[in-house]
Design a protein around this ligand. Structure first.
Ligand code: OAD
Length: 242
Protein backbone atom coordinates (compact mmCIF):
# COMPACT_ATOMS: atom_id res chain seq x y z
CA UNK A 1 0.00 0.00 0.00
CA UNK A 2 1.27 3.52 -0.84
CA UNK A 3 2.45 5.46 2.22
CA UNK A 4 0.38 8.46 3.29
CA UNK A 5 2.21 11.62 2.02
CA UNK A 6 2.23 13.21 5.47
CA UNK A 7 3.71 10.09 7.09
CA UNK A 8 6.29 9.79 4.32
CA UNK A 9 7.23 13.47 4.66
CA UNK A 10 7.41 13.23 8.43
CA UNK A 11 9.67 10.22 8.33
CA UNK A 12 11.98 11.93 5.79
CA UNK A 13 12.16 15.09 7.93
CA UNK A 14 12.70 13.32 11.24
CA UNK A 15 15.67 11.32 9.92
CA UNK A 16 17.44 14.14 8.06
CA UNK A 17 20.43 15.79 9.72
CA UNK A 18 20.85 18.33 6.91
CA UNK A 19 17.76 20.07 5.67
CA UNK A 20 17.44 22.72 2.98
CA UNK A 21 14.23 24.72 2.52
CA UNK A 22 13.22 26.90 -0.43
CA UNK A 23 10.53 29.34 0.68
CA UNK A 24 8.28 31.80 -1.11
CA UNK A 25 5.62 34.39 -0.39
CA UNK A 26 3.15 31.72 0.84
CA UNK A 27 5.15 31.14 4.02
CA UNK A 28 4.59 34.78 4.99
CA UNK A 29 0.90 34.84 4.02
CA UNK A 30 -0.17 33.92 7.55
CA UNK A 31 1.95 36.82 8.84
CA UNK A 32 -0.39 39.09 6.89
CA UNK A 33 1.80 39.75 3.84
CA UNK A 34 0.08 39.33 0.47
CA UNK A 35 1.60 36.85 -1.98
CA UNK A 36 2.28 37.97 -5.53
CA UNK A 37 -0.23 35.71 -7.27
CA UNK A 38 -2.94 36.20 -4.58
CA UNK A 39 -2.75 39.96 -5.00
CA UNK A 40 -3.25 39.36 -8.74
CA UNK A 41 0.27 40.75 -9.23
CA UNK A 42 -1.10 44.23 -8.55
CA UNK A 43 -0.20 47.03 -6.16
CA UNK A 44 -2.68 49.92 -5.99
CA UNK A 45 -3.66 49.28 -9.59
CA UNK A 46 -0.09 49.02 -10.88
CA UNK A 47 1.22 45.75 -12.23
CA UNK A 48 4.09 44.57 -10.03
CA UNK A 49 6.22 44.34 -13.18
CA UNK A 50 5.66 48.10 -13.60
CA UNK A 51 7.12 48.96 -10.20
CA UNK A 52 9.71 46.24 -9.69
CA UNK A 53 11.96 46.63 -12.71
CA UNK A 54 15.04 48.74 -13.49
CA UNK A 55 13.02 50.43 -16.29
CA UNK A 56 10.33 51.45 -13.79
CA UNK A 57 12.97 52.98 -11.52
CA UNK A 58 14.42 54.96 -14.42
CA UNK A 59 10.96 56.06 -15.55
CA UNK A 60 9.38 56.87 -12.19
CA UNK A 61 11.70 56.37 -9.22
CA UNK A 62 9.26 58.11 -6.87
CA UNK A 63 6.55 55.50 -7.59
CA UNK A 64 9.04 52.70 -7.00
CA UNK A 65 10.06 54.23 -3.66
CA UNK A 66 6.39 54.56 -2.66
CA UNK A 67 5.87 50.87 -3.44
CA UNK A 68 8.85 49.82 -1.33
CA UNK A 69 8.01 52.19 1.52
CA UNK A 70 4.56 50.53 1.63
CA UNK A 71 6.16 47.10 1.65
CA UNK A 72 8.63 48.14 4.37
CA UNK A 73 5.75 49.41 6.49
CA UNK A 74 3.79 46.14 6.08
CA UNK A 75 6.98 44.15 6.65
CA UNK A 76 7.84 46.03 9.85
CA UNK A 77 4.42 45.24 11.28
CA UNK A 78 4.57 41.54 10.33
CA UNK A 79 5.63 38.91 12.84
CA UNK A 80 7.00 35.43 12.08
CA UNK A 81 4.23 32.82 12.07
CA UNK A 82 4.37 29.17 13.24
CA UNK A 83 5.86 28.08 9.89
CA UNK A 84 8.90 30.40 10.22
CA UNK A 85 9.22 29.43 13.88
CA UNK A 86 9.09 25.67 13.13
CA UNK A 87 11.96 26.01 10.64
CA UNK A 88 14.00 28.00 13.16
CA UNK A 89 13.33 25.42 15.89
CA UNK A 90 14.42 22.59 13.59
CA UNK A 91 17.98 23.93 14.03
CA UNK A 92 17.94 22.31 17.49
CA UNK A 93 18.30 18.91 15.81
CA UNK A 94 19.46 19.46 12.23
CA UNK A 95 21.58 21.74 10.10
CA UNK A 96 19.04 23.89 8.29
CA UNK A 97 19.66 26.20 5.33
CA UNK A 98 16.79 28.42 4.29
CA UNK A 99 16.82 29.73 0.72
CA UNK A 100 14.15 32.36 0.59
CA UNK A 101 12.66 34.33 -2.28
CA UNK A 102 11.10 36.64 0.30
CA UNK A 103 12.56 40.04 1.11
CA UNK A 104 10.69 40.48 4.40
CA UNK A 105 13.39 39.20 6.77
CA UNK A 106 10.90 37.05 8.73
CA UNK A 107 13.12 33.93 8.76
CA UNK A 108 15.85 35.91 10.51
CA UNK A 109 13.32 37.40 12.93
CA UNK A 110 12.11 33.87 13.72
CA UNK A 111 15.68 32.88 14.64
CA UNK A 112 16.88 30.96 11.56
CA UNK A 113 20.63 31.42 11.35
CA UNK A 114 21.51 30.23 7.82
CA UNK A 115 19.31 32.24 5.52
CA UNK A 116 20.13 32.95 1.89
CA UNK A 117 18.05 35.85 0.58
CA UNK A 118 17.84 35.06 -3.14
CA UNK A 119 15.95 38.23 -4.08
CA UNK A 120 17.60 40.67 -1.65
CA UNK A 121 16.12 42.43 1.34
CA UNK A 122 13.58 45.14 2.03
CA UNK A 123 15.82 46.30 4.86
CA UNK A 124 18.78 47.28 2.71
CA UNK A 125 19.32 49.94 0.10
CA UNK A 126 22.23 50.49 -2.20
CA UNK A 127 23.74 53.15 -4.35
CA UNK A 128 22.82 53.26 -8.05
CA UNK A 129 26.29 54.69 -8.77
CA UNK A 130 29.69 53.10 -8.47
CA UNK A 131 29.82 52.78 -4.66
CA UNK A 132 30.30 49.33 -3.17
CA UNK A 133 26.99 47.54 -2.68
CA UNK A 134 25.20 47.61 0.66
CA UNK A 135 27.04 50.64 1.92
CA UNK A 136 23.94 52.03 3.57
CA UNK A 137 21.61 50.84 6.29
CA UNK A 138 18.74 53.28 6.23
CA UNK A 139 15.70 54.01 8.42
CA UNK A 140 12.31 52.51 7.77
CA UNK A 141 10.62 55.36 5.94
CA UNK A 142 12.92 56.69 3.25
CA UNK A 143 12.36 60.21 2.11
CA UNK A 144 12.27 60.83 -1.61
CA UNK A 145 14.76 61.35 -3.14
CA UNK A 146 17.38 59.69 -0.95
CA UNK A 147 20.89 60.12 -2.20
CA UNK A 148 24.09 58.28 -1.54
CA UNK A 149 26.06 60.19 1.08
CA UNK A 150 29.29 59.33 -0.68
CA UNK A 151 28.64 60.12 -4.34
CA UNK A 152 25.22 61.81 -4.45
CA UNK A 153 23.62 59.25 -6.78
CA UNK A 154 20.14 57.94 -5.97
CA UNK A 155 19.75 55.03 -3.62
CA UNK A 156 17.63 52.03 -4.64
CA UNK A 157 16.22 49.04 -2.78
CA UNK A 158 18.69 46.16 -2.57
CA UNK A 159 16.18 43.89 -4.26
CA UNK A 160 16.50 41.81 -7.40
CA UNK A 161 14.02 43.24 -9.86
CA UNK A 162 12.40 41.50 -12.82
CA UNK A 163 14.94 41.24 -15.59
CA UNK A 164 17.93 41.45 -13.21
CA UNK A 165 20.34 38.61 -12.54
CA UNK A 166 20.76 37.02 -9.13
CA UNK A 167 24.13 37.38 -7.46
CA UNK A 168 26.21 34.37 -8.67
CA UNK A 169 27.65 33.92 -5.15
CA UNK A 170 24.14 33.61 -3.74
CA UNK A 171 23.27 31.01 -6.39
CA UNK A 172 26.44 29.04 -5.66
CA UNK A 173 25.74 29.05 -1.94
CA UNK A 174 22.17 27.88 -2.61
CA UNK A 175 23.31 25.05 -4.89
CA UNK A 176 25.80 23.92 -2.24
CA UNK A 177 23.14 23.87 0.49
CA UNK A 178 20.75 21.97 -1.79
CA UNK A 179 23.39 19.36 -2.73
CA UNK A 180 24.34 18.78 0.93
CA UNK A 181 20.74 18.27 2.05
CA UNK A 182 19.11 14.96 2.90
CA UNK A 183 15.66 16.41 2.43
CA UNK A 184 14.65 19.48 0.43
CA UNK A 185 11.53 21.36 1.55
CA UNK A 186 9.66 23.67 -0.82
CA UNK A 187 7.25 25.88 1.08
CA UNK A 188 4.72 28.43 -0.15
CA UNK A 189 6.13 29.08 -3.58
CA UNK A 190 4.40 28.82 -6.94
CA UNK A 191 7.68 27.33 -8.25
CA UNK A 192 7.33 29.50 -11.37
CA UNK A 193 10.02 32.14 -10.98
CA UNK A 194 13.50 31.28 -12.23
CA UNK A 195 16.22 30.69 -11.31
CA UNK A 196 14.91 30.13 -7.74
CA UNK A 197 12.46 27.40 -8.78
CA UNK A 198 15.16 25.54 -10.70
CA UNK A 199 16.95 24.77 -7.41
CA UNK A 200 13.97 22.59 -6.42
CA UNK A 201 13.80 20.88 -9.82
CA UNK A 202 17.54 20.22 -9.62
CA UNK A 203 17.07 18.61 -6.19
CA UNK A 204 14.55 16.23 -7.78
CA UNK A 205 16.99 15.47 -10.60
CA UNK A 206 19.73 14.71 -8.05
CA UNK A 207 17.50 12.21 -6.26
CA UNK A 208 17.14 14.29 -3.09
CA UNK A 209 13.73 13.67 -1.49
CA UNK A 210 11.59 16.79 -2.02
CA UNK A 211 8.69 17.63 0.30
CA UNK A 212 6.37 20.38 -0.88
CA UNK A 213 4.01 22.36 1.36
CA UNK A 214 1.53 24.58 -0.45
CA UNK A 215 -2.14 25.49 -0.43
CA UNK A 216 -2.38 24.26 -4.00
CA UNK A 217 -0.56 22.06 -6.45
CA UNK A 218 2.30 23.57 -8.48
CA UNK A 219 4.39 22.40 -11.46
CA UNK A 220 6.69 20.72 -8.90
CA UNK A 221 3.95 18.65 -7.27
CA UNK A 222 4.02 15.72 -9.65
CA UNK A 223 7.80 15.36 -9.16
CA UNK A 224 7.98 15.82 -5.37
CA UNK A 225 8.30 12.80 -3.07
CA UNK A 226 5.36 14.22 -1.10
CA UNK A 227 3.11 17.24 -1.54
CA UNK A 228 1.20 18.38 1.54
CA UNK A 229 -1.73 20.61 0.67
CA UNK A 230 -2.66 23.17 3.31
CA UNK A 231 -1.42 26.20 5.19
CA UNK A 232 2.28 26.28 5.99
CA UNK A 233 1.59 27.71 9.46
CA UNK A 234 -0.53 24.68 10.29
CA UNK A 235 1.41 21.93 8.51
CA UNK A 236 5.04 22.77 9.30
CA UNK A 237 4.82 22.64 13.12
CA UNK A 238 3.28 19.14 12.80
CA UNK A 239 5.70 18.02 10.12
CA UNK A 240 8.82 19.19 11.97
CA UNK A 241 7.78 18.31 15.52
CA UNK A 242 10.62 16.45 17.27
P1 OAD B 1 3.78 33.48 -5.45
O1 OAD B 1 2.85 34.57 -5.07
O2 OAD B 1 4.06 33.21 -6.88
O3 OAD B 1 3.23 32.10 -4.87
C1 OAD B 1 2.80 31.97 -3.56
C2 OAD B 1 2.50 30.51 -3.34
O4 OAD B 1 2.18 30.35 -1.98
C3 OAD B 1 1.31 29.98 -4.14
O5 OAD B 1 1.70 28.76 -4.75
C4 OAD B 1 0.22 29.76 -3.09
O6 OAD B 1 -0.58 28.63 -3.39
C5 OAD B 1 1.05 29.50 -1.86
N1 OAD B 1 0.41 29.87 -0.58
C6 OAD B 1 -0.36 30.94 -0.29
N2 OAD B 1 -0.71 30.96 1.01
C7 OAD B 1 -0.12 29.87 1.57
C8 OAD B 1 -0.06 29.36 2.90
N3 OAD B 1 -0.68 29.95 3.92
N4 OAD B 1 0.64 28.22 3.12
C9 OAD B 1 1.27 27.59 2.08
N5 OAD B 1 1.27 28.04 0.82
C10 OAD B 1 0.60 29.17 0.56
O7 OAD B 1 5.11 33.75 -4.63
P2 OAD B 1 6.59 33.22 -4.89
O8 OAD B 1 6.58 31.82 -5.39
O9 OAD B 1 7.36 33.54 -3.69
O10 OAD B 1 10.21 37.97 -7.06
O11 OAD B 1 7.06 34.16 -6.06
C11 OAD B 1 8.38 34.11 -6.46
C12 OAD B 1 8.90 35.45 -6.84
O12 OAD B 1 8.01 36.03 -7.78
C13 OAD B 1 8.94 36.46 -5.72
O13 OAD B 1 10.09 36.36 -4.93
C14 OAD B 1 8.92 37.74 -6.45
C15 OAD B 1 7.86 37.43 -7.49
O14 OAD B 1 7.92 38.06 -8.64
C16 OAD B 1 10.77 39.18 -6.96
O15 OAD B 1 10.26 40.11 -6.38
C17 OAD B 1 12.10 39.27 -7.63
Amino acid sequence: MKKDPFELARSLCSKARRVCALTGAGISAESGLATFRDAGGLWEGHRVEDVATPEAFRRDPRLVWQFYNARRKAGAEARPNPAHLALAKLEERAQVSVLTQNVDGLHGKAGSTRVVELHGSLWRVRCTGECPPLAHAEPLELAWPTQCKRCGELLRPDIVWFGEALDPKVLEESARAMLESEVFLVIGTSALVQPAASIAFEAVRRGIPVVEVNRERTPLSKLASATLLGKAGELLPKLLKA
